[in-house]
Design a protein around this ligand. Structure first.
Ligand code: AMP
Ligand code: MG
Length: 409
């Protein structure tokens, strides 16, 4: 059933990932600037966390051998977070202790307050429950040991990573330089938002959509505007972009129409391959290099541009940025209705998934699957990924869903 002139999605991705190499430049950023940046070398702990044995609860620090049910212990002092108790503790003595306070020498457990009864002036407690050695003590190094790798190279730093780095006292990290990625759109019919449409014109949506997706990726996005279907202008813009950008993304003009000048300009300027990728939407796609700048030529129809950006370009840009590969989320769901599909291309249909009353995932079509209809992308929360050779899907069949990545949300 497959058309041999169409390249399967997996092969297109593999080709690009094998060709593009990760940026080599790195820079040092302060913790406050590090969110979303990609770690250039591993972070190993220079500390034990916690740095000392401390109490997990409010209660009394005791010797477990003395703290038997019914025994009475004398309260000889207080230990609070930031205020250790440093004196000796006599036989049958204990120390009132708060959460986070260091465990004094010569005791080996904390008995929680609820398992004790204090006398009137709180100088003595009666133990109501036995306590075992180490109970309610957070041991030094039990969270993170000195020298342990805490965050690996290629990690995109999350808020949790930032907190973890702060807990280790780290104020600066080495990250990859952000790649600089230019976007322009081509088409005589396109008018920038804010302008007035004349007959036969439409607003340029792709450039804004693609720039927003790049912003979500945390790269440095450069807006090169809209170009007419004019060989000279397109060639010039491509040449300018190769001066100082790591990649250029264009939309439109890569199919076989008479006005598809991007294709001609690329053939003249660089080593660019034009692929017919076996995906729907998104068949025409160009990938290659102009001097040292990577080139991605996305189709003009807005949904096709969004899908090829998300599914084909995003993983390659992540690789370029130094992010280690994380496979995208996918789940099996039941088709809630008939889905139109022809064998030959992998479909990325716009779908809406939710859990039914039996906690099963079910998915329905978000509406029109035309690659020109952006409004159904808005009404979707996932792609229904239907295999290349698959035919129509009946209600009740299992399908794979890809919940939208952060780029589309
Ligand atoms: P093309 O690939 O240039 O032949 O364009 C295919 C379709 O996508 C045409 O209907 C174009 O008008 C439309 N299109 C191309 N670029 C854009 C854009 N930047 N924004 C919205 N629609 C576009
Ligand atoms: Mg065009």
């Amino acid at each position: 059933m497959s058309n041999p002139s169409l390249m399967p999605v997996e092969q297109a991705l593999e080709n690009m990932l094998n060709t593009v190499s990760t940026i080599t430049d790195k820079e040092t950023v302060e913790l406050s600037e590090a969110l979303g940046r990609i770690l250039n070398r591993p972070v190993n702990s220079t500390l034990d966390v916690p740095g000392y044995d401390n109490s997990a609860m409010d209660g009394y620090a005791v010797r477990s051998s003395e703290a038997k049910k019914g025994s009475r212990l004398k309260v000889v002092g207080v230990a609070a977070a930031g205020h250790p108790y440093n004196d000796a503790i006599p036989e049958n003595g204990c120390v009132r202790i708060m959460t986070g306070a260091p465990i004094p020498d010569s005791v080996d457990a904390v008995i929680i307050q609820e398992n004790t009864e204090a006398n009137q002036d709180k100088s003595e407690i009666t133990v109501l429950q036995n306590v075992a050695e180490s109970d309610n003590i957070r041991r030094r190094g039990s969270d993170i040991a000195l020298g342990e790798e805490v965050i690996a190279t290629g990690t995109r730093l999350s808020p949790v990573d930032i907190g973890l780095l702060a807990s280790l006292g780290i104020e600066e990290v080495a990250v990859y330089r952000k790649p600089k990625i230019a976007v322009f759109s081509t088409g005589d019919e396109l008018v920038a938002p804010g302008g007035k449409l004349k007959s036969g014109q439409i607003f340029d949506s792709n450039r804004y959509l693609l720039l927003a997706m790049l912003e979500k990726m945390g790269v440095e996005a450069v807006n090169l505007g809209r170009l007419n279907d004019d060989l000279e202008a397109i060639s010039q813009a491509l040449q300018d972009a190769t001066q100082n950008c790591d990649a250029v993304i264009t939309s439109g003009g890569v199919s076989v129409g008479d006005a598809d000048f991007t294709k001609t300009a690329l053939e003249q300027l660089g080593s660019v391959s034009f692929w017919k990728v076996a995906m729907k939407p998104g068949k025409p796609f160009a990938f290659g290099k102009l001097k040292d700048t990577w080139f991605f030529g996305l189709p003009g129809n807005p949904v096709a541009a969004a899908v090829t950006m998300d599914q084909l370009t995003q993983p390659v840009l992540k690789h370029l940025s130094g992010e280690k590969h994380i496979s995208s989320e996918s789940y099996q769901a039941t088709a809630a209705e008939y889905l139109k599909k022809r064998p030959g291309r992998a479909d990325f249909q716009r779908g809406w998934f939710e859990q039914d009353n039996n906690s099963q995932l079910k998915v329905s079509s978000a509406g029109s699957q035309s690659s020109a209809v952006l409004s159904t992308l808005k009404r979707a929360n996932c792609f229904i990924r239907l295999e290349q050779d698959r035919g129509p899907v009946n209600a009740g069949e299992e399908v794979t869903i890809l919940p939208f990545s952060s780029l589309l949300r």
